[in-house]
Design a binder for this molecule. Sequence first.
Ligand SMILES: [Zn+2]
Length: 267
Amino acid sequence: MKIFDMHTHCFPDALAPKALPHLAEISKSPYYGSGTYSDLCEKVLSAGGSGAMLLHIATKPSQMTSVNNFAAACQHGNFYSFGSVFPTAENAVEELHRIKELGLKGVKLHPDYQFFFVNEPAVFPVYETAAELRLPITFHAGRDPYSPDTVHCTPEMLAEISARFPTLKIIAAHMGGMEMPDEVEKHLLGCENVYFDTAFATRTLDPDRCGSLIRRHGIEKVFFATDFPWSTIEKEMKLLKGCGFSGEELEMICHKNAERVFGISLV
Ligand SMILES: [Zn+2]
C-alpha cells in the first residue's frame, strides 16, 4: 500500500542543527532525524512511505519570502509543500498569490507561533483569498506545548470558520484538535469543508477512539500524517492499523484522499 504522509516538517540545511533542538526544548518532545530536507525524504522512503507534504511556517512577516521560496525548492517527485503566510502581515494576501504562482499545494497556519486566534476578523481576508485561490489551509489545531495555557485554535473556533467560509478547504491537524477529542466530537465531526490529518494522533488517542472519530467524521475526509520529525510513519501507522479499517478504507486514508484533494498522483 502506498503511504503519503500529509504533515511533515523540515528546515533549510543551515538552520536545522539549531532549529530542531530549540523546538524540542520548547515542546519537551524527542525527535527523529536531523531536520533537513534530504533526511526527511530518506526517512519517509525507508519507512515504506511513497511521499509527503512538507508544511512550512513563517513565524514573522519578514520570513514569508524565504520560507515560501524554500517550500518551492522542496517540491520534487512525490514530495510537495504547503507555503505559509504570517496572517496579520500587511502583505499576507499578496503573498498568498505568490504561493499559488509558485505551485505550492496549500497554506499552513500555526496560530500559537503566529500569535492569532483563528476566529479573529483581522485574519479573515487570508481565508477569503485562500478560498478564492483554492488553496487549502492546514491549521495546527488544539493544544500546543508552546502555548500551554491558551488554545488559539479550538475545534469550536474552527467550526465557526468552516461555517463562515464554506468554500475554504480546512485541514484541522492532529485529528481536529491536539488533546481535545471531546471538543472535536462536539463541534467538528461531519463539518463538510473540514478535513482531519492524523499527525501525532498517538500523543492523545488510542485505536478505538481514533477509529471512531475517523468513521464518524468521514473516511474520505481524513489524511494519514505523522508530524515528522516529532513522530514517525512506523508509530502512527501502528495506531491507524489498529483502528479496524478495511484494506480499501486504509488506502483512502493513506494516499487516495490526498491524491484526490490535491490533484496529485504518486509515482
Ligand atoms: Zn506539525
